[in-house]
Every structure is written in C-alpha cells, then in structure tokens.
Design a protein around this ligand. Structure first.
Ligand SMILES: *Cc1c(COP(=O)(O)O)cnc(C)c1O
Length: 497
C-alpha cells in the first residue's frame, strides 16, 4: 500500500509509524552499520570537501508535498550529506574550539529521540538523568551539592543564564518586575579584551547594552590585568556607575589563556561583586590530574558556564550553567502558569526543569553525556584532556624546531598559535600567505586549522580538542604548513594577490 494514501476512507487511520515494521528494522540496521563504518573509517577520508554544485542545488529544492520511501531519503543523505561534513570528528580537525563527538553520545541522542521525552520537567526517568548529569558536573567542578544548574544548548546560553542571575541579584531592585528602566544607576560587567563575543550578545539581550560591558585590558599573557580591573571598578564607582559582575575566562578563545581566578575571586569578594566564570573551554580542566592546577579557584565563582560539547566531546548541543545559590537561580526564571501547576502525584509531580532557564520544552541532551560518562568514567575524560595538553606541547616543540614556522604566542593549554614566516615579509604578506595555507589545507582535506589575530599578529590557530588526534597527525600539519608556504613563496603568491 502506498504510504501516502490519504483517501477519505482512510482519514483517521493515518500515523507516522511505518506500514511494515520489519522493513524499517532492516533499514535502521543498515543506518547503524553505515554509521559504525563512517566513524571507524573517518581517518581515511578528507577532513572536508567542497559541496559540488549539483549536490548543493538539491538542498535548495522546495518543500516536498508528497513523500517517498525512507530508504530513498536515506540514500540521498549517503550521497549528498555524509561526504560533506564540517569535519570536526576527523583526527586532523583543530578549528575554533569544537569537540570531536563520540559514538556512544550519538546513540544517546538516538535513544533520547526514541523516548521522545520533554525535559521541561515532570516525574520520569529522563528527568532523573538530567538532574544526575547536572549533579555530576557540579561534582566535577568542585561545586557544593546544594548548588544549582541546568543543561542548555551550549556555552552562549549557559553564560546568558549566569549573567542574567547576576544582573537580577546585583540590580538591587525587583528587576523581573520593573525591568532595566527602573535601575537607579547603570550597571557594569567586566571581562578582559579577550572575552568571547557571546557576552556582548548576552548583555544586549539582557537590556543593558554593549556599553555595560567593560573590556579590561589583558596583559602580555592575554590574561585580564587585575590592576586595570580594580582601577576600572573604582572609576565606575566614582562616576556613579554600579559595578555588578566580573566575567573571568578560564580558557580564552584566542590563546587558551586562563584569567587569574583566585585573584579575581579575592577582588570580587572585597568589592561585593558577582563572579561569573566563562569556562566553556577550560572549566573541565578541573578533572585533569595536572591540568586542574590551571583552574584553581574556579569553584569560588557564583556561576560557571561550561560546555560538555567541547572537552567532553558530546555531540552538539549541550552546555551547562552552574549557579552556587540555588534560590537565586530559580528566582530568576520561575513562572508558574495555571497549566503548569504541580500535581500531588503522577507525571506533573516532578520538579519543573524549565524553571532554571529560558526554554519551556527541553530536549533530553543529558543522555548522551550520561552514557559516555558511565561508559568511560570521569578519570578517562581527565586523561583525554591531559592528552590534548600533551599534544599541544608536542606541536609547539615541532613548530619551534621548524625553521619556516614561528610560534606566535606561548602555549598554555591546548591552543597553539603559530604561522608560516620565512623571514623578511611584511605583516600583510604574512597574513595573505597564512590565510592561503589555511584554506588550501581545508580544500585538499588534509587538515583544518583556523586563524586569528593575537597582539596584532595574524596567525594560524590549532585547538587540539580531539580524542582521535595522534602525534603523526601533528607531524602532517607541520609538514603541510611548511610545504604549502614554501610553494607559495616560490610562486611569489604574497606579491601577486
Ligand atoms: C565556545 C565558547 C563559548 C560559546 O559556547 P557555545 O557552546 O559555542 O555556545 C563561550 N565562551 C568561550 C570561551 C567559548 O570557547
């Protein structure tokens, strides 16, 4: 029977379930089999490939009014999607700061979707798992058991949650009721000039505006200059601006620098300010045997944003906001409309997990984290973080040993900033050359790094947050950057373009 039959006599019988479950079972098995091979053989494929125009055109066709067998839908994905990924599960992908996913996490996302539960709350097993993952993350950070937290889409949302609670608490008014128009004095938040861009968006969305965010200069190590921070706070107080919150970064996007969390925590307690730590990159160093010394003091924060889809390699998306004062957390977001009142027993008797953030319906993103943590244990994730740090040290040594390559910034964690620099070239020529090297490596699919500008110098940037990377991959990177650079210089590329 045609699965799309919609004759009048069938109205009322339609469902999204298949007509033939056994046929679905066969296809589902094939999809899983293919997925295992796809993951197992990732190293044999290019990191990335440009999408051919015919494939791209097929993604621009209008909405299908009628259906086709699922097998055909899947076949299109095999030819049109699977060969053209972003590439971050590949062992030689080191762009920005991504995780490299894991198969268990993918199974977790699948099972979460099979269960189909809404993690807005209620009394069911998935809600217990959601709360357990938050508890585990608190434990991993050294946060007290009575602290609060919530799983969100990622670090940007986790930061927004922390900063919103800080705003409400530090406003000194009933901000939820009155809004920012009722503030007695403009509020100020402080972060270093290396702060992630999501904080500006957060302050804008919070109604405080970009100017409420003071960028404190960073020192030679790209860490917030605490003397300058102290001076900025004093000056604001003198000018009738109300200092509210310091956003310390544990692992900046550019260089991986970690602000002096202890010194900033001391200053915040002296000044009575909220301390929020953006730990999207580095918070999880807290579970690494040696790495944890780098984030000493992180548990003193009033709120922490961290990102399991980065250093725990959970498939996208999952971030986490942790808040020391559970009452303040809940007080910032709870609303109980009549249709969401708690029942004495039954499905609606559980805690409403949507009370801890902005979403009402929430996905079961906890499961992929829960399964991988149960399978591997926290200690193994700590060792993998240590391994990334070790790889970054190794790459740094290789760069220092390569005559055409120059390190652009001392490596602190797993981010390595460097460039091809044969000597004697202008800053603009170096930027042109290194941009071309970066793009050519992506186009040939050999490796993927990104670029940035640190202290006025354009550089390539490898963020080695990848449990599949081995030393040989880093050797290939060093060889390829030098080889492509030398080829370009021989062609006078930097003069011609
Ligand atoms: C990645 C990152 C963010 C944003 O997190 P998303 O998960 O991408 O939303 C914020 N801050 C820092 C330091 C980051 O590295």
């Amino acid at each position: 029977m045609d699965a799309n039959t919609n004759d009048a006599e069938h109205v009322g019988d339609e469902t999204l379930d298949p007509a033939d479950w056994e046929q679905l079972r066969d296809l589902a098995r094939r999809i899983i089999d293919d997925a295992v091979d796809y993951t197992k053989d990732v190293r044999d494929r290019p990191v990335w490939q440009d999408i051919p125009s015919d494939v791209r055109a097929r993604f621009r066709s209008p909405a299908p009014q009628t259906g086709q067998p699922l097998e055909q839908v899947y076949n299109q994905l095999v030819t049109d999607m699977l060969p053209y990924p972003m590439g971050n599960i590949h062992p030689r992908f080191w762009m920005w700061y991504m995780g490299s996913s894991n198969f268990t996490g993918a199974l977790g996302d699948f099972l979460a979707a099979i269960l189909g539960s809404n993690l807005g709350g209620g009394d069911h097993a998935a809600a217990e798992i959601d709360k357990q993952v938050v508890s585990w993350l608190k434990e991993m950070m050294g946060y007290p058991a009575e602290a609060s937290g919530t799983l969100v889409s990622g670090g940007s949302m986790a930061n927004l949650i922390g900063l919103t609670i800080a705003r409400n608490k530090m406003s000194g008014i009933n901000l939820r009721e009155l809004g920012v128009g009722a503030l007695k004095a403009p509020m100020r938040f402080y972060g270093s000039d290396q702060l992630h861009s999501c904080h500006q968006i957060a302050l804008e969305a919070m109604g405080l505006g970009n100017r409420a965010l003071c960028r404190v200069r960073s020192d030679a190590n790209c860490r917030m200059d605490v003397v300058a921070l102290r001076a900025a706070i004093a000056q604001d107080r003198a000018n009738g601006v109300s200092p509210a919150c310091v956003i310390a970064t544990a692992g900046t996007v550019n260089t991986g620098s970690i602000d002096d969390l202890e010194a900033i925590a001391d200053l915040c307690s002296e000044e009575g300010l909220w301390l929020h730590v953006d730990g999207c990159i580095g918070a999880l160093l807290a579970i690494a045997p040696k790495g944890k010394a780098l984030v000493r003091g992180i548990a003193r924060a009033d709120s922490i944003a961290l990102d399991p889809h980065k250093w725990l390699h959970a498939p996208f998306e999952v971030g986490c906001a942790l808040v020391r004062d559970a009452k303040l957390h809940k007080g910032a977001f709870t609303v109980t409309p009549e249709y969401l009142e708690n029942a004495p027993r039954g499905i609606a008797s559980g805690e409403w997990l949507h009370d801890f953030g902005l979403q009402t319906s929430r996905g079961f993103r906890a499961l992929k984290v829960w399964m991988a943590l149960k399978e591997h244990g926290v200690a193994k994730f700590g060792r993998l973080i240590e391994q990334d740090l070790e790889h970054a040290r190794y790459l740094t040594e290789k760069i220092n040993a390569a005559p055409e390559l120059k390190l652009c910034f001392p490596t602190t964690i797993n981010i390595v900033c460097f460039r091809y620099d044969p000597g004697g070239l202008s800053e603009q020529a170096l930027k042109r050359l290194n941009t071309e090297i970066m793009v050519r490596m992506q186009e040939t699919g050999v490796a993927a790094v990104s670029d940035t500008t640190v202290q006025g110098r354009h550089c390539l940037r490898a963020a080695i947050n990848n449990h599949r990377t081995i030393r040989d991959d880093l050797n290939i990177l060093v060889q390829e950057v030098a080889r492509i650079g030398n080829t370009l210089v021989a062609e006078d590329f930097h003069d011609k373009y």
